[in-house]
Design a protein around this ligand. Sequence first.
Ligand code: NAG
Ligand code: NAG
Ligand code: NAG
Ligand code: NAG
Length: 158
Amino acid sequence: MLVTVMLMALPLALAYPEATTAFEVTNLSTFEPSGRDNVSVYRVSFNVTDPSDGAATSCETTWPYAEWDTGYPHEFLANCTNKGWSFKFDDYQSMWDFVLDVKHVSKKRNGKKIKRSAKGMVDDENVLLCTHAGSGFSICRQREGVAFQLDVCKEVKF
Ligand SMILES: *[C@@H]1O[C@H](CO)[C@@H](O)[C@H](O)[C@H]1NC(C)=O
Ligand SMILES: *[C@@H]1O[C@H](CO)[C@@H](O)[C@H](O)[C@H]1NC(C)=O
Ligand SMILES: *[C@@H]1O[C@H](CO)[C@@H](O)[C@H](O)[C@H]1NC(C)=O
Ligand SMILES: *[C@@H]1O[C@H](CO)[C@@H](O)[C@H](O)[C@H]1NC(C)=O
């Protein structure tokens, strides 16, 4: 039985020799201010690696309290510690309900570039653990020991 399954899986593996591995997000953290001090900002930060070439970076964005529902990154924002990385949020509902969309452009040794886009759903059931303070702010952190993977949905060579 097991042998049959393996034999059936083999042609698939051969058909996609460069099947890409999911990006891995660690240390995802989000913060929603209470608005009381008019100074604290919305903040999202995370680390991400692209296992296909081992590249890693650390990304962050902030936006003012006044832009609570519009300030999140609608378009790809290149605010990571390494060049070639950018990110945006899709289907943003709250700091614990959105799709994280990360783009990574890497240069291969032959001078060609490869661009990969990967997405993953952020929620407060599987990915984040949130604390909602009575005074109005919320802090969410990636759950301890939980791997958050972004599935590669697009890969373009150029
Ligand atoms: C995780 O991120 C927080 C804030 O963004 C930072 O203070 C902390 O050092 C990070 N931890 C690791 C292990 O990277
Ligand atoms: C809060 O910040 C906004 C924009 O920076 C400003 O227009 C407003 O006057 C501030 N409100 C208070 C109470 O400080
Ligand atoms: C996240 O990135 C920061 C900055 O590059 C780095 O100092 C830290 O070690 C990274 N944390 C993890 C868990 O990879
Ligand atoms: C870019 O990241 C830095 C920290 O790395 C942060 O202070 C800044 O607010 C971010 N800029 C934007 C536009 O999100």
